[in-house]
Design a protein around this ligand. Structure first.
Ligand code: UDP
Length: 187
């Protein structure tokens, strides 16, 4: 499998270990879950993500800017071949992702199965910023800067196998993601 950065390589390596384990042990069922971009928080506002220091990922960075803890968001490039030039990703609500795990355990088949857990839908950085501002009624100043090394233009999932085999589908959209991320940040 081709990877584009060391982080990706850690995932590929873990998959190889699990595949070898399943090959060596016929009783083993292995489901490899490939996460796309998990964001948001539990609807209660009680469980969420609070990274230490300056966040690396888009959503926690936006929430810190929304709160005024960081001055502005730096958007890494607007010259990609995408809808508005900014990077496109398949964001998935973290509760949908959790439900995907339960579905994977309930529908565990023998051998090795690989499932993409995403929504199948791409959202650009600017679309995410706009949704956050609109839903949460908060300003998110930003500046366009250089591309980030190692980033690709777009990434989104083909979720057909997960939907078919796991009888699972992501139910929550971008509005729920930005609403719940903001609720957690303020609770
Ligand atoms: N991004 C950005 N500014 C940031 C963080 C991320 O413009 O401060 C962009 C990044 O270039 C990518 C998208 O937001 O197009 C998602 O990045 P993230 O790091 O959240 O996830 P990745 O897809 O890189 O794992």
């Amino acid at each position: 499998m081709e990877t584009t950065n060391p982080y990706g390589e850690t995932k590929a390596m873990s998959e190889r270990i699990l595949k070898d384990t399943a090959k060596a042990n016929e009783d083993f069922g292995v489901s490899l879950l490939r996460y796309f971009n998990p964001v948001g928080a539990h609807e209660s506002g009680l469980i969420g993500e609070d990274p230490n220091g300056i966040p690396n990922n888009l959503m926690p960075f936006i929430t810190k800017v929304g709160k005024g803890e960081l001055d502005k968001l730096y958007i890494f490039g607007n010259d990609y071949d995408t809808v508005d030039g900014t990077g496109v990703r398949d964001y998935i609500h973290v509760v949908d992702l959790a439900e995907g795990h339960v579905a994977a355990l309930e529908n565990l088949n023998p051998g090795i199965n690989i499932y993409n857990l995403g929504t199948g839908k791409g959202t650009s950085v600017l679309e995410m910023v706009d949704a956050f501002k609109k839903v949460n009624k908060v300003d998110v100043p930003y500046e366009i800067v250089q591309r980030r090394k190692g980033d690709i233009a777009k990434s989104f999932a083909d979720v057909s196998k997960a939907e078919k085999d796991l009888k699972w589908k992501a139910k929550r959209g971008i509005e729920e993601m930005v609403r719940d991320a903001w609720r957690f940040e303020n609770s």
